[in-house]
Design a protein around this ligand. Structure first.
Ligand SMILES: C[S@@+](CC[C@H](N)C(=O)[O-])C[C@H]1O[C@@H](n2cnc3c(N)ncnc32)[C@H](O)[C@@H]1O
Length: 365
């Protein structure tokens, strides 16, 4: 898939209109969102979708209620915008309190139990008393446990639909929701003799400790002082902070809003500076921006399945954004085969390090 193909938004006909989808954006095709869409019925005036992805689950409510969507992924936000569906960039727990008649939550599989717990709490807090929550998920990804948790938070609930491992439940809010509490975490980690304090929200990659692959990539880099470095998929800044500390001028792109807020806070608290872009791969960067070095620890797990579309788009973007002579460093699991794509784009590649992870290196000709 080329970079142009990755960024293409594709229209899908749907009984309620047209929904646009794209690689890297959650929610289609997805049996959880599909069953949610087939279960949901209007109730009251205002609905809130707390994990909309491309908007498939709440689409049947469109035109029958006022539907608001809170989304964190830039890729999904681009698709929602193109479909003309009302959405804003926000975390689930930033929803207005006791303001909605109906809430929808496709359990955010793959974002961990803390993020999921806070999403359930957010739903409970956003609903008015007597309001309803549609909860959708997969029984192999903790649906039963989260359904019980939702019942403890809200009250009465029943299982509405099941199809294979996918479940949709409906709950009614019968009691006041507990307070949100602290959502931020912090940890300190030393990188080549310097201690950094990483602040992060729930649901980010490698919460609570630096990923060993990130550390391996940092050990593999040569001099970066004064150079312009692009960090693709920056997370809370496991690469960006040490690079900024070493004197690089870093541009960091990140699709996930929770990760991006974590990165901004970590930079501030460590007295470091980098340019930060909420961006689906490189679409948020200035068109002309080019770099001396590109680094990446690309994503490959989306909801438990290996998804290489985004990671491959990272490699294409690295090639497109490097100046001639610019250097590309990628760290990955040895079983992921980036080498053919590096060969095709850069004409060559090298393995710099091979441990539990491998660091691949290529120069832009
Ligand atoms: C394996 S993590 C690496 C994070 C960080 N660089 C580190 O080493 O700790 C990959 C990151 O890519 C981000 N990501 C996923 N899809 C993306 C996309 N389409 N555009 C930009 N970033 C994306 C994820 O949110 C995640 O933070």
């Amino acid at each position: 898939m080329t970079l142009e193909e990755y960024h293409r938004l594709t229209p899908l006909p749907h009984p309620q209109g047209v929904v646009y989808v794209k690689p890297g954006a959650r929610g289609y095709p997805d049996p959880v969102y599909d069953l949610l869409a087939r279960a949901v019925e209007p109730f009251g005036r205002r609905a809130l979708d707390l994990n909309p992805g491309v908007g498939w689950g709440s689409l049947p409510l469109e035109g029958r209620m006022e539907v608001e969507r809170l989304e964190t992924s830039k890729a999904a936000l681009l698709a929602l915008k193109k479909s003309g569906l009302k959405a804003r960039r926000a975390l689930p727990w930033e929803a207005e309190e006791e303001a909605y008649d109906l809430a929808l939550l496709a359990l955010p599989a793959g974002r961990g139990s803390r993020y999921t717990h806070l999403s359930l709490l957010a739903a409970a807090r956003a609903l008015r008393m007597g309001g309803r929550l549609y909860l959708a998920g997969d029984k192999n990804k903790g649906f039963e446990r989260y359904f019980k948790e939702a019942q403890a938070l809200l009250g009465y609930g029943l299982l509405l639909k099941r199809e294979g491992p996918v479940r949709v439940a409906l709950l009614e809010k019968e009691k006041k929701a507990p307070p949100l509490g602290e959502v931020w975490s912090v940890f300190t980690e030393g990188v080549q003799g310097t201690a950094f304090r990483f602040h992060h929200l729930p649901g980010v990659f490698s919460a609570g400790h630096l990923d060993p692959a990130t550390l391996l990539l940092l050990e593999s880099l040569e001099e970066v002082r004064g150079l312009e470095v692009l960090d693709l998929g920056a997370g809370y800044g496991g690469l960006t902070l040490p690079l900024a500390h070493r004197g690089a001028r870093v541009a960091a792109v990140e699709d996930d809003w929770a990760s991006l807020l974590s990165l901004q806070r970590s930079l501030e608290e460590n007295g470091l500076v980098a340019e930060v872009f909420h961006s689906d791969v490189d679409e948020g960067l200035p068109k002309e921006a080019r770099y001396d070095i590109v680094v990446t620890n690309p994503p490959f797990h989306v909801g438990g399945s290996v998804l290489l579309d985004v990671a491959q788009a990272f490699v294409h973007a690295a090639h497109a954004r490097l100046r001639p002579g610019g250097r590309f460093y990628l760290v990955a699991n040895p079983f992921l085969k980036y080498e053919p794509l590096l060969e095709a784009l850069f004409g060559h590649w090298e393995v710099l390090r091979q441990d539990r992870y491998k660091v691949l290196f290529a120069v832009r000709r």
